[in-house]
Write a protein of this length. Structure first.
Length: 195
């Protein structure tokens, strides 16, 4: 069964290729080889302002530059977010992007007697792929993967996206060519199965 997939490339540096870009490319190639329909959102190439007030988030217009991205998220059945861990969290540009596109009226609706509101993006699954300098096991067990768990619970889960799987790739500065290739093959396979 083919699926509609959106890859959200969250690396904030579009001036040169990075490991995140290569991982996204291998996922894309695996997905397309199996017949899945894929769209890519490269956050670093988008021009949008950061939100600075609750009023702007609730009542302000979505920037024109993000209308296509928001439409792609609405179109998708499966989302793949790929980003490097910076200062223990997603890069600020990716967070700003998610704040812009996950607005009331799209990602969720307020309901008078329901503090959680009505989820607007149910029926979609996601995979979160995160690269980092530290060993992934240290991030998972010592730091309890706090920022990834926050993304999964407080952003993706809040708007109804489930299930959410994660792929954590640690010690990226010291990956051997063989290990990098193994990760590329893993992402290719995840793309084939739209996971």
């Amino acid at each position: 069964m083919t699926r509609r997939i959106v890859i959200i490339q969250g690396h904030p540096d579009a001036s040169e290729p990075h490991l995140c870009h290569a991982l996204a490319q291998h996922y894309l190639e695996g997905a397309e080889a199996t017949g899945h329909a894929v769209r890519v959102i490269d956050v670093a190439t988008l021009d949008f302002p950061l939100l600075c007030s609750q009023k702007a988030w609730q009542e302000g217009p979505l920037p024109e530059s993000l209308r296509s991205a928001q439409a792609s998220i609405a179109w998708a059945e499966h989302l793949v977010l790929i980003f490097p861990l910076w200062l223990g969290d997603m890069p600020a540009l990716l967070k700003g992007f998610l704040e812009q596109v996950a607005r009331p009226g799209f990602a969720f609706e307020y309901e008078k007697h329901n503090p959680f509101g009505r989820k607007g993006l149910t029926g979609r699954s996601a995979r979160v792929v995160v690269t980092m300098g530290m060993p992934a096991l240290v991030y998972q067990h010592f730091y309890r993967a706090h920022s990834v768990k926050s993304l999964e619970r407080n952003i993706l889960g809040f708007v109804g996206i489930a299930p959410i799987e994660e792929t954590l790739i640690g010690q990226v500065e010291s990956l051997t060519l063989k290990t990098r290739q193994a990760w590329f093959e893993k992402l290719h396979e995840l793309g084939r199965w739209a996971q």
